[in-house]
Design a protein around this ligand. Structure first.
Ligand SMILES: [Zn+2]
Length: 223
């Protein structure tokens, strides 16, 4: 019954992630918030949400503990169970201290702010800029790449920072995973199920509760 899903929970927490600023998590039906064995989210941004298929599979493989459940059930010919809304890994997964060098992680390190004009942008409106231009021997590394808006990127072009007076507001460095997680906490998704909130520490969520609950649309019937 549950063997038909190709992706494992391990891989889904990567592939389920959003690669732009959060808009809505409503498109994925009944995802579960996935916590590490220390009850902290595996990832803040993108928030570690597992599809209900991967979640149920992990439950049956005895890899996770169910912390909280939705009101909805999953029914199959052989089982009936409430859908988990929060799960925690039984075995602690050590996070790599060095995050991957990707465009997205550069933007996250720079908090989605253009490092020249300091304005905040959506991920799709940001580019990355080589502080020392590639044409001048600059390399594509954490220390030489920053988030920049298109306008600033165009202005800077292939000039050295001192030639054009455009110096990154924060000297770019390689971040560690903890720093990226901290930055990710600044970007909560729009829709949070109430059962997730105890495990998330977004200041905005603690201060006001304007976002509607994640909506479940009835039970899931497996045939
Ligand atoms: Zn700019």
């Amino acid at each position: 019954m549950l063997d038909g899903h190709k992706s494992s929970p391990q891989s889904s927490r990567q592939s389920d992630g959003h690669h732009s600023r959060p808009s809505s998590f409503g498109e994925g039906l009944a995802p579960a918030l996935a916590l590490n064995a220390d009850f902290r989210p595996l990832s803040y941004f993108p928030l570690s949400l597992w599809s209900w298929q991967d979640t149920v599979k992990a439950v049956f493989l005895d890899r996770v503990t169910i912390i909280s459940e939705y009101d909805s059930y999953i029914h199959s010919p052989s089982i009936s169970m409430r859908l988990p809304s929060v799960i925690a890994l039984k075995d602690y997964v050590q996070q790599s201290p060095n995050p991957a060098f990707t465009r997205f992680n550069v933007f996250l390190r720079d908090k989605f702010c253009c490092q020249y004009c300091s304005r905040e942008f959506q991920a799709q409106d940001l580019t990355f800029d080589h502080v020392i231009p590639r044409s001048r021997g600059g390399r594509t590394t954490w220390e030489n790449v920053v988030a920049a808006c298109s306008r600033c990127n165009l202005l800077k072009s292939n000039k050295m920072p001192k030639e054009c007076g455009m110096i990154p507001r924060i000297t770019p460095q390689q971040p560690n995973t903890w720093q990226l997680q901290e930055n990710g906490r600044r970007f909560p998704p729009n829709h949070l199920h109430h059962s997730w909130r105890d495990y998330l520490y977004w200041d905005s969520e603690l201060e006001h509760d304007a976002s509607p609950d994640f909506k479940m649309s009835g039970d899931i019937i497996l045939t």
